[in-house]
Write a protein that binds this ligand. Structure first.
Ligand SMILES: [Zn+2]
Length: 138
């Protein structure tokens, strides 16, 4: 009951759909969760974020890991193998602007993606609730 309540509260707080949270809660095996996480991002994009080629097969760290980029949804975009390899650890904005296939629409989509609200891990809910309830019960 508390878990469901916490889940609904978090969904309201962060505008995250409950479906996203259930996805996180039911994928207990790391490999399975990672696969679903990757597939969700690839499906949401449907094409390479940079060149627009269909059926991208890789995820690119917008801020490269080598530059402190994290493996979080808002820092991962779908990319074809060629773009991912070519961009490597260069800053995406400078690299992308220099490409023949640069498009303002795709650049805008990337910017919207990286600036989307971050999803709090559901595991934080019980801690959050206990912190909120402690002053009331003390
Ligand atoms: Zn591409």
């Amino acid at each position: 009951m508390q878990t469901l309540f916490g889940r609904l509260y978090l969904a309201a707080l962060t505008s995250v759909s409950e479906r996203d949270l259930i996805f996180d809660l039911t994928c207990l095996q790391k490999r399975s969760a990672r696969k679903k996480f990757r597939r969700q991002i690839l499906d949401e994009w449907g094409c390479c974020a940079y060149c627009g080629r269909s059926k991208p097969s890789t995820l690119d760290h917008v801020v490269p890991k080598a530059r402190g980029g994290k493996t979080t949804k808002e820092n991962l975009i779908a990319a074809c193998g060629a773009c991912n390899l070519e961009k490597s650890s260069q800053p995406w904005f400078e690299w992308y602007r220099a490409q023949d296939f640069w498009s303002p629409e795709r650049e805008e989509r990337i910017l919207r993606w990286v600036n989307q609200p971050q999803v709090l891990p559901p595991v934080l809910v019980p801690t959050f609730w206990s912190q909120q309830l402690l002053p009331l019960t003390a």
